[in-house]
Design a protein around this ligand. Structure first.
Ligand code: APR
Ligand code: PHB
Length: 393
């Protein structure tokens, strides 16, 4: 069967779901094709750090009611190295900016609900299998749903289908260059029914490896530890995870870790991935389809939403004002921001993970970088302004 829309969106993650709402607000039609079920998309556990720009955009969309009620606003972050802990106060260093902690899957739930209320079509359990005619004015998405093949004819295709999706792979070889860096460690992340042990996030270097204390609510904590790439969740009984967190998060001021029932456990590899072109013909990539950052710093969701801000504005200019230039400048408008976040995510990752032997030259360089945060307001400000997100994106 053949269907028609103005913008065909592949993927109901934060990128696709935000784009459809922005287009709807401007009176532009879209259809979302999503491979997973609604249930699966809503329960996929990911990070949960929202920059002010991201929160502002969800507010403008009328999608922030629950986020404003349940999101936790943080004005600073704790950074630790070998038990020495310092606090970077965002509000003082960035003129009152901060971050909000709100699980990505909660945001996805809210965005799906609002899309459905506004009657934006989302086809769940529909797999985009082929993109056709992307270099013409009538590109098409072939997709399979309930074993039936459909074709969605569009003016534009937005590839919001993540790293493993088909959009990036549908751009011709030679139309972009890839850059990547694999890290020799992964994160074991848990969600636990337990009151957070800290009022703000703690990123900690320890000789046994990195640990991160994050949170979701007054009764749910989110924590991570650095593990080897070939490690398995089965190797980590709950008690061992808590013991390890306690050792790695300890400081010289008597930090106490609360323990509770772990209800989610998974291992995520760490990688940086980048391409230098987000557009081919009428196909535009946004979010993880075009770039991956390691999660240290929580930039993934914010980058996806910022891409969409530019992309939706460009589509709106095309439909409302007959302007093509913003679409043609989409890549060049986005790349500097994405590279900035790549650098910051890489900086945070290399600063807090165990990579070199304790006491080695590289270890001392890492420690010197950490000490400089304590010594220099300029360095603390650099971290704060990157962490909360630069205002101009
Ligand atoms: N057809 C239809 N849907 C697809 C296909 C396909 N061939 N391939 C992938 N998808 C869907 C996936 O099932 C997923 O729901 O695309 C969606 C992509 O969503 P995300 O992976 O959440 O990507 P994005 O919207 O760019 O959000 C980026 O997610 O991974 C985190 O850290 C990352 O926070 C960042 C955010
Ligand atoms: C999270 O809360 O899941 C989180 C927070 C900060 C990060 C990564 C993950 O850097």
């Amino acid at each position: 069967m053949t269907h028609k829309t103005q913008v065909g969106i592949i993927g109901a993650g934060p990128a696709g779901l935000t784009l459809s709402l922005l287009l709807h607000q401007a009176g532009i039609q879209s259809v979302i094709i999503e491979y997973r079920s609604r249930d699966y998309a809503e329960s996929r556990v990911r990070a949960g750090l929202l920059e002010q720009n991201t929160v502002d955009l969800f507010n403008e969309l009328g999608a922030a009611e629950r986020l404003n009620k349940e999101g936790l606003q943080h004005q600073g972050v704790y950074l630790s190295f070998d038990g020495v802990r310092t606090r970077v106060p965002f509000n003082e260093l960035t003129g009152g900016r901060g971050i909000t902690i709100y699980g990505q899957q909660e945001m996805v739930k809210d965005l799906i609900k609002i899309n459905i209320e506004r009657e934006v079509p989302i086809h769940f359990e529909a797999t985009a299998t082929k993109l056709e005619d992307i270099d013409t004015a009538s590109p098409k998405i072939q997709y399979i749903q309930n074993e039936e093949t459909h074709v969605l004819e569009c003016d534009f295709i937005a590839g919001c289908d993540g790293y493993h999706g088909i959009s990036r792979k549908s751009m011709p070889t030679g139309s972009y260059n890839e850059f990547q860096k694999e890290y020799p460690f992964s994160w074991l992340g848990i969600l636990a029914h337990v009151a957070p042990s800290s009022d703000e996030l703690i990123y900690a270097y320890h000789e046994r490896g990195f640990a991160l204390h994050s949170l979701r609510s007054e009764t749910v904590s989110r924590l991570y530890i650095q593990v080897d790439n070939n490690d398995k969740v089965e190797n980590w009984p709950d008690k061992q995870i808590w013991d390890e967190l306690e050792i790695r998060l300890t400081d010289n001021k008597g930090f106490k870790l609360n323990r509770g029932e772990i209800f989610e456990k998974s291992i995520t590899p760490m990688r940086s991935f980048m391409i230098d072109n987000l557009q081919y013909g009428r196909l535009f990539l946004a979010g993880d389809a075009g770039h991956i950052v390691p999660p240290t710093g929580g930039k993934g969701l914010n980058l996806a939403v910022a891409d969409i801000k530019w992309l939706s504005a460009a589509f709106i200019d095309w439909y409302k004002n007959n302007k093509e230039e913003p679409l043609l400048s989409y890549t060049s408008n986005c790349l500097p921001r994405i590279w900035r976040a790549q650098d910051f995510s890489n900086f945070m990752t290399t600063l807090f993970h165990k990579q070199a032997a304790q006491g080695s030259f590289d270890y001392h360089l890492q420690k010197a970088k950490f000490n400089y945060i304590i010594q220099s307001v300029a360095q603390a400000t650099t971290i704060a302004e990157n962490y909360v997100g630069l205002k101009e994106i």
